[in-house]
Design a protein around this ligand. Structure first.
Ligand SMILES: Cc1cc2nc3c(=O)[nH]c(=O)nc-3n(C[C@H](O)[C@H](O)[C@H](O)COP(=O)(O)OP(=O)(O)OC[C@H]3O[C@@H](n4cnc5c(N)ncnc54)[C@H](O)[C@@H]3O)c2cc1C
Length: 458
């Protein structure tokens, strides 16, 4: 597989309509709601607030440009996945509340597609579901355990089912496939088209979207930026991987990098061999996460973890590229689909996602300070941000609703350890996942290492 990398940021930024440049904040301002961060969390929050009460004065403040963060760079899985398991949620708030969260996540997949269509945003949405391949006996036992766990929660075949080898191969013909699990609850999307479309529609509605406006501090009633202070009745923090850079939030959410490559458009004959006829998103049941989608223009976008966590939760554009990880992704893609051996990789990029210490995303608003937040989505933020936006609408407007009672609302994750423990722990965990996969390739049995470290990763 040849690799001639585009100098641009990502495939998504090369293939999204350009948005008009948006003016940075020029001087002090007063609004009802100030939202910090123009990723999906900030954009959906502003969208649902403006929709619910058009008289609200809302400003979105973005350090770079709309969709600059994970929202404009991700793998485009709009799934019903939530980073904390149903068991963990039940531990927080009981079984019924955990199931309510699960149902709200499923609805969010529909809601993203519905809202995008209503706003006239062509985000290349394809509701093909997700195929998670099973490619070893160890993966098969994990897949069976996942199905058994789902059944214990009353989740039936319509939501998650086990496919035998031939059914799996009809959907996605990857090497070594012995089966798959399949869920219909996922849509492939072009994330940056969605982010830019949302910002366009906000501006049309009269919401102020200020790019190149970095908040240096946020607190009750105000956001401070180098170009002015915003006084606001409510402040919403929607900064995800960058949160640790804000005063008072250093150990709330850590930035963990995920990296992605994209191929050139593939001919119809290649797609006939690979599958994904309905643009199903795909992965397999290994430990170190991989994810892929067939794009609307017939490329393969393929990503995974494996890049290191950087000491002190540092973030830098330099970390968006890691040739070692890109090479590993390319090798994995060719191993899955040998037909891609000579295909060109045209784009390679990455970015930080946000992980809280207990891997539980949360949304909330302190009624005393009227400072709200949402984040800690790990790699499941594309739909969860939409749920966060609708929930923040209800919290800001003081509505008691089904959404404002979900178990992730008001959840406070523990803080991460101080350095160097944080650096040691996270990188050891990432390494262990890679080793666990290697162990399984050798032994063909479920990894002992993974069993030992899973409880430590929380
Ligand atoms: C490579 C990659 C692949 C992923 N794949 C998937 C996937 O397929 N499916 C899925 O569900 N999830 C995926 N995720 C996760 C998902 O993209 C995120 O969870 C989600 O986009 C988070 O949205 P957000 O708005 O909270 O944060 P972001 O999109 O990161 O936005 C935060 C914004 O805040 C701005 N900001 C930060 N600090 C400040 C400040 N001080 N002042 C002003 N602005 C500030 C940033 O510039 C940024 O634009 C992936 C993430 C990555 C990085």
């Amino acid at each position: 597989m040849g690799c001639s990398l585009s100098p641009t940021h990502s495939l998504w930024s090369d293939t999204a309509p350009t948005s008009p440049a948006r003016r940075s904040l020029a001087g002090d301002a007063t609004v009802d709601v100030a939202v910090v961060g123009a990723g999906f969390t900030g954009l959906w929050t502003a969208h649902y607030l403006a929709e619910a009460d058009p008289s609200l004065r809302i400003a979105v403040l973005e350090a770079e440009t709309v969709g600059y963060g994970a929202s404009g760079r991700n793998g485009g899985w709009c799934s019903a996945l939530f980073p904390a398991s149903l068991d963990s949620l039940a531990g927080l708030a009981g079984r019924e509340a955990a199931l309510a969260q699960h149902h709200a996540m499923r609805e969010s997949v529909d809601e993203v597609a519905r809202a995008a269509a209503e706003l006239g945003i062509d985000a290349h949405v394809a509701r093909g579901g997700t195929v998670a391949l099973i490619r070893s006996p160890a993966q098969l036992s994990r897949a069976r355990a996942e199905i058994a766990q789902a059944r214990s929660w009353g989740i039936g075949d319509d939501e998650l089912r086990l496919l035998d080898q031939s059914a799996a191969r009809r959907l996605l013909d990857a090497s070594g496939t012995i089966g798959a699990t399949y869920t219909p609850d996922c849509a492939a999307i072009h994330p940056l088209r969605l982010a830019r479309g949302l910002a366009d529609s906000l501006v049309e509605r009269g919401v102020a979207v200020h790019e190149h406006t970095r908040a240096t501090d946020l607190a009750s009633g105000r956001v401070t930026t180098p170009s002015g202070r915003v006084t606001a009745g409510t402040v919403v923090r929607a900064t995800e991987g960058w949160t640790s850079g804000l005063p008072g939030h250093r150990r709330d959410v850590v930035p963990v990098y995920s990296l992605v490559i994209a191929t050139e458009p593939l001919p119809a004959a290649t797609w006939e061999r690979i599958g994904l006829a309905r643009r199903e998103t795909f992965t397999d049941h290994r430990h170190l996460i991989i994810y892929g989608q067939r794009t609307a223009d017939d490329r393969l976008v393929f990503g995974g973890r494996g890049a290191p966590y950087h000491f002190g939760s540092r973030i830098s554009p330099d970390f968006d590229r890691d040739d070692r990880v890109f090479a590993a992704l390319r090798a994995t893609l060719v191993e899955l689909f040998p037909v891609l051996r000579d295909v060109r990789v045209t784009h390679a990029w990455g970015g930080p996602l946000g992980v809280s210490r207990d891997w539980c995303a949360s949304v909330g608003m302190d009624p005393a300070t009227r400072v709200g937040w949402a984040g800690g989505y790990v790699g499941d933020g594309v739909s969860t941000t939409n749920l966060a936006g609708r929930t923040l609408r209800d919290l800001v407007l003081g509505r008691d609703t089904d959404l404002s009672r979900l178990p992730w609302v008001g959840h406070r994750s523990p803080r991460w350890e101080p350095e160097p423990l944080r650096w040691l722990g996270i990188n050891a965990g990432l390494r262990a996942m890679t080793w666990a996969d290697a162990e399984e390739r050798l032994t063909r049995r479920p990894s002992l290492l993974a069993r030992v470290i899973a409880p430590l990763l929380g």
